[in-house]
Write a protein that binds this ligand. Structure first.
Ligand code: NAD
Ligand code: UDP
Ligand code: UDP
Length: 311
């Protein structure tokens, strides 16, 4: 049994990770300031004697005793991370410094939830980990992209300078139950719109692509990475390589919900990446990981979750 700290543990991914680590018999210390996460996500865990919740902002130092750290704290959807962009950069950068300082004092492994956004609007397709990216450093997405890039820099400098056991995971678009229905991400938006019979909002011409990973696959990859051989730092792409256009996504969601919603075309947000697809050969060879849940199956489970939320 390990004592495991999860920052951002009340968020979409953090709540699934908390549940899985508890099921594996660990103690979980969930640290969250509830900026985008919610108690509802972890409601079922609050009675578990191995689960502890601490309201805390990771931009401030944290002194606790644990065996592993998963650093997930950061708003992840464009409308949330652009709402207070200075705070977004602070969370990524100061949060990384504090959690790395904690890991250094305790000499424990630490995993960083990085992102495919470090590739920006990629000129190389699909994206291998060796691609250095195409990020606009002064655009509206930069607070998130550059914050995450700087966090990766800090992780690798603590690794080189202090021999810290780091694990850097580049997460590609993930979906599933516990997504925040109001966070503006494409899967939740389309499902909520379809269920309510509202227009489906397609930004741009809808031909831009994303590759969607179901949350259970993603969390499996995350835990495998944390427990991978010492010295394997990543960065490693974790995502589902099956690529879809936003039009294809909308069609599937309309079909699966049986909705009468129509498509409504709106302006494409500034710096919106045109395409995104992970190469996952490193995850396959080093972690023995690959995703299992295909989009249709994952969407069914997610639609079910949102249907029940409505009631
Ligand atoms: P989320 O917004 O649901 O969860 C983030 C959590 O962090 C929330 O509970 C929020 O309250 C908390 N938080 C934010 N700022 C904080 C702070 N300063 N101190 C303490 N807690 C804070 O997002 P998510 O989708 O669960 O993402 C989790 C992590 O994974 C993020 O770091 C995100 O960048 C990364 N990621 C997610 C995706 C995805 O598709 N979901 C893709 C790439 C990377
Ligand atoms: N830190 C923390 N908890 C700890 C140890 C450190 O929050 O248990 C913070 C500490 O306040 C510092 C940061 O982590 O701001 C980086 O720590 P490090 O030891 O690397 O740097 P230093 O303290 O020497 O500046
Ligand atoms: N998108 C869309 N309609 C929406 C929300 C998003 O067409 O209602 C598009 C968005 O422009 C982007 C893609 O869907 O091209 C994925 O957006 P999301 O915010 O989910 O993730 P990210 O852009 O961070 O990958």
């Amino acid at each position: 049994m390990k004592r495991i700290l999860i920052t951002g543990g009340a968020g979409f991914l953090g709540s699934h990770l908390s549940k899985k680590l508890l099921e594996e018999g660990n103690e979980v210390l969930c640290v969250d300031n509830f900026y985008t996460g919610s108690r509802k996500n972890i409601h079922d865990l609050l009675d578990n004697k191995n689960f502890e919740l601490l309201r805390h902002d990771v931009t401030h130092p944290l002194f606790v005793e644990v065996d592993q750290i998963y650093n997930l704290a950061c708003p992840a959807s464009p409308i949330h991370y652009q709402f207070d962009p200075v705070q977004t950069t602070k969370t990524s950068v100061l949060g990384a410094i504090n959690m790395l300082g904690l890991a250094k004092r305790l000499k424990i492994p630490i995993l960083q939830a990085s992102t495919s956004e470090v590739y920006g609007d990629p000129e190389i397709h699909p994206q291998p980990e060796s691609y250095r990216g195409n990020v606009n450093p002064i655009g509206p997405r930069a607070c998130y992209d550059e914050g995450k890039r700087c966090a990766e820099t800090l992780f690798f400098d603590y690794y080189r300078q202090h021999s810290l056991d780091i694990k850097v995971m580049r997460i590609f678009n993930t979906y599933g139950p516990n997504m925040n229905p109001q966070d503006g991400r494409v899967v939740s938006n389309f499902i909520v719109q379809a269920l309510q019979g509202e227009n489906i909002t397609i930004y741009g011409d809808g031909k831009q692509t994303r590759s969607f990973c179901y949350v259970s696959d993603l969390i499996d990859g995350m835990v495998k990475l944390m427990n991978s051989e010492k010295g394997f730092t990543g960065p490693v792409n974790i995502g589902n390589p099956r690529e879809f256009t936003m039009l294809e996504l909308a069609e599937q969601i309309i079909e699966l919900t049986g909705s009468t919603s129509q498509l409504k075309f709106q302006d494409l947000p500034e710096d919106d990446p045109l395409q995104r697809q992970p190469i996952i050969e490193l995850a396959k060879s080093k972690l023995g990981w690959e995703p299992e849940i295909e989009l249709r199956k994952g969407l069914k489970a997610t639609i079910e979750y949102f249907r029940n939320l409505k009631r």
